[in-house]
Design a protein around this ligand. Sequence first.
Ligand SMILES: [Zn+2]
Length: 198
Amino acid sequence: MGRTQKKRKRVYLQVDDIDLPMAPYQLAVSNLLPGDVEAPDWTSGTDAGFDQFLDQRFPREKFVEFRRALEGPNMLPYAAPSSKIVNYRLIILTRERWRAAAHINSIIASMTGTKRSPLRICEFCKNLFLARRNNQETCSEKCASGRRMARWRAKADEYESNRQRKKAAKEYQLRLELKGKRKSETQEKGGVMRWLRS
Ligand SMILES: [Zn+2]
């Protein structure tokens, strides 16, 4: 009991001293689309073709939450009654800005050697998140174990390809040695014959 409490306490000591709310609205909005999905701006501003564009790029069955948010209430309180496009543009703009901020913050921190920003991109699922500890690279325990597994697999693959390479090199070496041995044997034989003939 005492031991686990001590352990837990140590984890909490690494909490960043900035008291940020853990899931601000902007993060949730940004994460409505996965990090690797490209979302171009809808510049025409009219409804024509927008539904088709959505169905092609973001099929309902794959982007459930995103489509629900688009069709939900206006995300901007002063938007026009028909708000699907407004919602779309708000989501992609928020997402772009917040993701850019995470990228830029991390570049600046590594360039200047200063403290890293808690606004980060999960190394496993690529969602935006706020790190509670400085060494936190994933948004959740699930992603942490996914990342561990992926790293382990990459290491195992590397080990296996190294093993194959070493094996092939060894076989090649053996073949060379065998060839050399045969050559010297025939040379030896020739020598004996010459000696017998002389
Ligand atoms: Zn994640």
